[in-house]
Design a protein around this ligand. Structure first.
Ligand code: LLP
Length: 431
């Protein structure tokens, strides 16, 4: 199977050591199921590799946009990860979960005054600053509060990662950050050094997501370290920190390569050390911001089949009790997924069909042209694999359909980490 937390026993799919059929019967469908052990294992891969190869000052920050709810902050926090947030909603969730705000790094390319004041009032450790208006607003609020706010600048290294457009963020014309090529990155650094309430710790970049290119982090490290050296020579300022962003890819299907993250980090670290010597700069403390690779394979979604429609001479549909409201990724990016008939996992799959949702539009497809057993029928349990990242966090209430619960499994235990929404929740804010 595509991930090591999946196995088949007597025709039933097991996830994180638990029977998916039992979970579906106990909690109903549709549900997200997340495996706590896999989240922890993924955190440790980064923590161990980064400390081993970059040294004790290195730190991974979990990019919580991938999946954000209180329990996730508890889990990654207890492993020693920092977290990256992009909104007051994520800051608030982390804070209520008891997460240490010093280890929070606040992103977003458009923070308004409320966001900035809220983050400062809540003691957010670091801002990743995207534009000059934001720099000035932070400087003003920090002055009012009598503090010096630590920041990094988001720099656009000018790398095209050739993934799908929505996640390709490192190109010169990106909406994110200050490009090096145009001189904007150097200019803003010069300005920041004159601000009394700004503590510029260094620079940040993030070039894309679902990346398998083994040299992508090496390429961004090269551009960023050369920029750091240039800043040192031009302004006499030497960056203490360099954040290389997130982006490592995960396996959605058997076609996706297996990425050895530890090995990749080792290569990046060797390169960083070598280049720093050549450039005559101190090695900055390196951070990274994995999101998808922390939670994607720690999640699956369980549905029940509602109907099977055979349109003779055309195509077949299997419609489930969820869809684009809980997983919009095919509709948005034509993302691939592996689909399993969870209660018939040992049957041969010869029935070609589109797996479609219950939402009122034709684009509500979870996965086209998949193969399921011929016997598939109403009531069967369908598992969509690798849904732990950017599914719950991108869910909507389209068609006034309540959001799904998140059930956490942990070896022998299972528990509700997020309650499913009720009809009452759906009308809660209606006047
Ligand atoms: N850091 C920054 C600044 C980011 O913008 C992102 C993702 C990450 C870290 C984490 O990247 P990851 O390790 O998860 O690839 N909704 C899309 C993905 C959007 C990614 C946005 N930024 C999807 O479902 O594929």
């Amino acid at each position: 199977m595509i991930c090591s937390n999946l196995e088949i026993k007597d025709g039933v799919l097991f996830f994180g050591g638990r029977s998916t059929v039992e979970l579906a019967n106990k909690y109903g469908t549709p549900i997200y199921v997340m495996d706590e052990k896999t989240v922890r294992k993924n955190c440790r891969t980064y923590l161990d590799a980064m400390r081993k190869y970059f040294g004790e000052n290195a730190k991974p920050f979990y990019a919580s946009k991938a999946c954000s709810f209180k329990k996730i902050y508890n889990i990654v926090g207890s492993e020693g990860m920092g977290v990256d947030v992009v909104s007051v909603g994520e800051i608030y969730t982390a804070k209520v979960a008891g997460y240490d705000m010093k280890n929070v790094c606040f992103h977003s390319n458009s923070k308004n005054d409320y966001d900035i004041e809220f983050a400062i009032d809540n003691g957010v450790g670091c801002f990743v600053v995207d534009n000059i208006e934001e720099l000035e607003a932070i400087d003003n609020f920090a002055a009012q509060k009598g503090i010096k706010q630590k920041i990094l600048f988001r720099i656009t290294p000018g790398i095209d990662t050739h993934t799908y457009e929505a996640v390709n963020t490192g190109k010169v014309d990106s909406k994110f950050g200050f490009p090096i090529e145009t001189g904007a990155a150097m200019e803003i650094t010069k300005i920041a050094l004159t601000k009394k309430n700004i503590d510029l710790a260094g620079f940040h970049c993030h070039v894309g997501s679902q990346l398998f290119d083994s040299d992508v982090f090496v390429r961004s490290a090269e551009i960023m370290l050369k920029f750091i050296a240039d800043v040192k020579n031009t302004l006499g300022y030497e960056a203490k920190e360099l954040d290389l962003g997130g982006g490592y890819g995960v396996r959605y299907t058997e076609k996706d390569p297996v990425l050895n993250i530890e090995e990749n980090i080792k290569q990046v670290a060797e390169y960083v050390k070598k280049l720093c010597k050549e450039l005559n700069i101190n090695e900055p403390a390196i951070s990274m911001e994995p999101g998808r690779s922390i939670v994607a394979d720690a999640g699956i979604t369980l549905y029940k089949v509602g109907n099977v429609k055979r349109i003779e001479g055309y195509k077949n549909y299997v419609a489930i009790d969820g869809g684009m409201g809980d997983n919009p990724r095919y509709a948005l990016y034509e993302s691939e997924y592996t689909v399993v008939a969870a209660d018939k996992s040992d049957e041969e799959c010869n029935f070609t069909c589109d797996l479609v949702g219950r939402f009122c539009e034709s684009g509500d497809i979870i996965q086209p042209s998949i193969k399921l057993p011929e016997s598939v029928k109403r009531g069967d349990i369908i598992a969509v694999l690798t849904t732990g990242a950017y599914n719950y966090s991108m869910a909507s209430n389209y068609n006034r359909i309540p959001k799904l619960p998140v059930i956490m499994v942990n070896g022998e235990e299972d528990y509700v980490a997020v309650k499913g929404e009720t009809l009452e929740d759906i009308i809660r804010n209606d006047m």
